[in-house]
Ligand binder design. Sequence first.
Ligand code: SF4
Length: 348
Amino acid sequence: MANKSFQEIIDFLKNYDGEEVRIMEVCGTHTAAISENGIPSMLSPKISLISGPGCPVCVTVTAVIDKLVELSLRPDTIVLTFGDLIRVKGTEKSLADAKAEGANVRMVYSPTETVTLAKEDPDHTYVFAAIGFETTTPVYAMVLKEAIEQDIHNLKLLTSLKTMPEVIRWVVNNGGGIDGFIAPGHVAAITGSDVFKELSDELGIPFVVSGFEGKQLLMTIYALVLMKGKKGIKNLYKDVVLPKGNIKAKEIVDKYFCPSDASWRGMGKIKGSGMCLKPEYSSFDAGSVGLDEDHMPPGCSCAKVLVGKVKPYECPLFGKSCTPDNAHGACMVSTEGSCYNYFVSGRR
Ligand code: SF4
């Protein structure tokens, strides 16, 4: 790669005529960056980009949404959530639907807000929807640390926390047909690139750690095309991702959380693919155990979209009855969702 100019890399990717290469971007932020930069239109038809299960809201099963809705309808409880989760439908309704009916749901924009809200209102229980991957788990750990230090016990977490390595194994072992992975940059900043080196050695598939700029993504795709059929890791995001990751973030996570099985939309329960509160902090748990059920909206192909079995536009509802303004499934709700990104960018 070092001896190729960027223009030569662009030309190579456009004119590539070798064996087909299927590359999965696992991270929802990469899905958004690939769409925004128009990268698919810069690739030869022999290079396919496939969006994977890296949008945290999209992989959250309906049982978690249902539990949050149930909690929000209790007069003494207030549910706090970040971003898009509020619009994702559970079995019957979303948190936004519940809020419209008078339920106690509030959006928060910073984790410290959650501690302040609970402290100032000791008569209510505040439940923070703790959804996400390795990237956001340290944030929830810091919230818990702050609550404990300030002796606040009316702030609880409803956790649905996932970890990447196990779901990548699942995709590979369940017929994903993937030749290479764009390793998730934000997750790798916490876990370190060594985690993906171990995965590559085990699965015999190359990984390239990438940032989010168009140029770096193109260089990542180029590297993965050259690495097809070989194991190996490249880190093109060295300013941010170290081999061992963020030690301090990992320490605070290990203090409060431990590995657990987790249920994923479209994949079911995957052993060891989540994080839950350690038993000694169970009094801060709002009822996260056993939330495994998942009900797809009728006709929604999210389960297949999430694992790259179908492209979003292959769903019969895509762009017809399902659009960002009238989303059927979580993949069209979230700005990191595959369906949303394919729709707004016209990606094919
Ligand atoms: S287009 Fe809509 S209905 Fe189809 S898979 Fe995506 S979110 Fe589900």
